[in-house]
Design a protein around this ligand. Structure first.
Ligand code: AMP
Length: 390
């Protein structure tokens, strides 16, 4: 970004309501950002390979084409005032093309490039002096054996590229499990990480403005099931110094990456007291969905503000909150009974407009607000359980 406009003044001019925000990716993150952006008076255009997408259903314009179709990308970029992403696995050429067309790209393509590949991301974090679990790049079975000897067991083998929600991941409990684990990864470049014995998983959803302003939602506590986020709780039930340290690490990440926009940093709070960064998501994040109701400014409005060069909004947490994901598995015995969730007056139901409820697919979420974190967790879990009670 920097360097395209040496005058600087134009760069700082906010993109105001009435303008069109172009979003690459068309899932639920884009949908919730589009809903926030439209409420604020912006037009939303979305580009992805999928028709009738969660974002497209609520956008002003939905373009359906492969990300590799650079002519279609150029035509899309020509119609928008600013470009952002709701999905980081878009090829870097897409961001480069938009940057070359003179459109602000927020966050910049360099941020996507770093965050879309685990190995690059880990190397960036380690080089920046930020704490991560011990890791080694692994490109062959022999390298895996050598790395395992250095890192020790248990360890986790992950594909270097394009992994999310635990896809492309295998735990290695004993040295003799290395060969089958390598087979399972299909010979793709990988990263071996020390297994972290953690007491909590945390995330910090934060934002950085065009002017470098920083805002954060504090530490959020996350529980995963089968590597997929199941429950998020705010504020996290960790000591205040742990939460404050996580926020400071997140600030360092956003500054060192020179991010404009929302970025989520996921952490392990290890049993030995260390706080380790697991991964980065350079966009609004599932663990931040509870900010829609629980914060003065949602992560989605915050993304619109940051991307459009507006001042960031207050991230004040209004009440303790808990969010439970609704995966396609809930549909196994038919449509969930939505009336049961609505029977809880402090529960909010969000559905993403996806037609096919496949197992593991994120179909929606529930958020409960309450006077205490424990009560919010109890309410959201009982509302979710009620959906499938027969
Ligand atoms: P990831 O796709 O890397 O975010 O991993 C998904 C989930 O797998 C994490 O949220 C953890 O619950 C678990 N996991 C991943 N890496 C590790 C690790 N090095 N040690 C322990 N658990 C891990």
């Amino acid at each position: 970004m920097a360097g395209h406009n040496p005058a600087g003044a134009e760069r700082a001019a906010p993109i105001l309501p009435g303008a069109t925000i172009g979003v690459f990716g068309s899932g639920q993150l884009g949908r919730m950002m589009a809903l926030a952006g439209r409420a604020m008076g912006y037009r939303i255009a979305t580009f992805s390979p999928d028709p009738n997408s969660p974002t497209g259903q609520v956008a002003d314009l939905e373009v359906t084409a492969p990300y590799a179709d650079l002519d279609a990308v150029a035509a899309f970029v020509a119609q928008v005032d600013v470009v952002t992403f709701e999905f980081e696995n878009v090829a870097a050429e897409v961001a480069a093309l938009a940057e070359a067309a003179g459109k602000p790209v927020r966050p910049a393509g360099t941020v996507l490039h770093t965050a879309q590949q685990r190995l690059r991301e880990k190397q960036f974090l380690a080089q920046a002096g930020l704490p991560v679990a011990a890791f080694r790049a692994v490109a062959s079975a022999a390298e895996l054996t050598a790395a395992l000897a250095e890192i020790g067991c248990p360890a986790v083998l992950k594909t270097a590229a394009f992994g999310y929600d635990g896809k492309g991941q295998v735990k290695i409990g004993r040295p003799q499990d290395a060969a089958p684990a390598w087979e399972q990864m299909g010979g793709q470049p990988a990263i071996l990480e020390a297994f972290v014995h953690f007491s909590h998983e945390l995330s910090v959803v934060a934002a950085r403005g065009v002017d470098g302003a920083f805002a954060h939602y504090g530490a959020i506590e996350n529980q995963h099931v089968n590597h997929i986020l199941d429950l998020s709780i705010a504020p996290a039930r960790v000591p205040a110094p742990t939460a404050a340290a996580a926020v400071e690490l997140a600030r360092a990440v956003l500054e060192k990456l020179d991010v404009v926009g929302v970025l989520c940093v996921e952490f392990f709070a290890a049993e030995d007291g260390r706080l380790l960064i697991n991964e980065l998501a350079p966009r609004p994040h599932n663990s931040g969905h509870l900010t829609i109701e629980a914060a003065l400014t949602s992560q989605f409005e915050q993304q619109v503000r940051a991307v459009c060069g507006l001042p960031l909004g207050s991230t004040e947490l209004l009440r303790p909150a808990a969010m439970a994901n609704l995966l396609g598995d809930l549909w196994a015995a038919g449509e969930p009974d939505w009336a049961r969730a609505y029977a809880h007056p402090a529960v909010k139901v969000h559905l993403y407009g996806k037609r096919e409820p496949r197992p593991g697919r994120k179909m929606g979420h529930l958020t409960a607000l309450s006077g205490s974190v424990e009560d919010a967790v109890g309410t959201v879990l009982s509302a979710r359980a009620a959906l499938t009670r027969r």
